[in-house]
Design a protein around this ligand. Sequence first.
Ligand code: GLV
Length: 330
Amino acid sequence: MTNQTSRPKVTVCRGIFPEVLAQLESVFDVVHNQQDDVWSAQELIERLQGQDGAFTTGSERISGELLQACPQLKICANMAVGFNNFDLPAMTAAGVQGTNAPDVLTETTADFGFALMMATARRVAESEHFLRAGHWTRWSYDMFCGSDIHGATLGILGMGRIGQAIAKRGFHGFGMKVVYHNRSRLAPDLEASCGAQYVDKATLLAQADHLVLVLPYSAESHHTIGAAELALMKPSATLTNIARGGIVDDAALARALRERQIAAAGLDVFEGEPSVHPDLLNVPNVVLTPHIASATLATRKAMAQLAADNLMRFFASGEVLTPVNTLAAR
Ligand code: GLV
């Protein structure tokens, strides 16, 4: 039981579900942000000064500078599977535990990746805008013809849990041929379970009718898809990014879409989001969504609960459920 007189101090950096906040408030002294302001780097430092723990989202950058200014901080629990907002080496050096929110969002995010890919291939958004604008006056044989999903080749770059869940949908549900590229090849039984064949990156780009990006962002994966990679893709291909902004060179992609070097793209994540490259807003053959791949109520609640559970477990026992770094024994 947490002692009322020495309760850990925790800052919840963004608005969260009231029932999850209530659990945290029952065991911690909580600074919350239920008005859901996005704090600047300086404001974040101010709100974390003297605090023992932080409930973070992908919007809060936990930098070396912040860690120096907040030496009392012991844990940052991210309500996201990605944790590229953490300077992980700096956190580990400072003895700060990081946690993320994996697994609970896998199927929901895979559903969305598939939906965005289908919307992109079948021109759902573009044709909806056309209809709303009052342009639909007659049927025509080639109006908004897109490309098939069933029987097509699904390419997956980044074959972690979410990539595998998307592959299963394509292989078992839509009879797709599935090819993938990943830093490491999956074990044969895992490959068989999602009907996926390992290929090198150039082959993936050349073969995919629908390429889906599901790899984590890091300095190494910055602009993994740029002008050179787009040039290797089929002119009929689609590209879907549900991973992170920065993995795709958005300016190069806008150019490729405008010049019909590829047919279409579906993007849930952007370089510098929530800003979106203006050139992407000016091409018709792209479906744009505001980073909502994990956004179902049930999944967002599960993610928030997992982040809260990590904080509660950490201060009760020193253990966490889903660590992203390993600290030297204290
Ligand atoms: C969402 O982008 C996440 O990392 O959970």
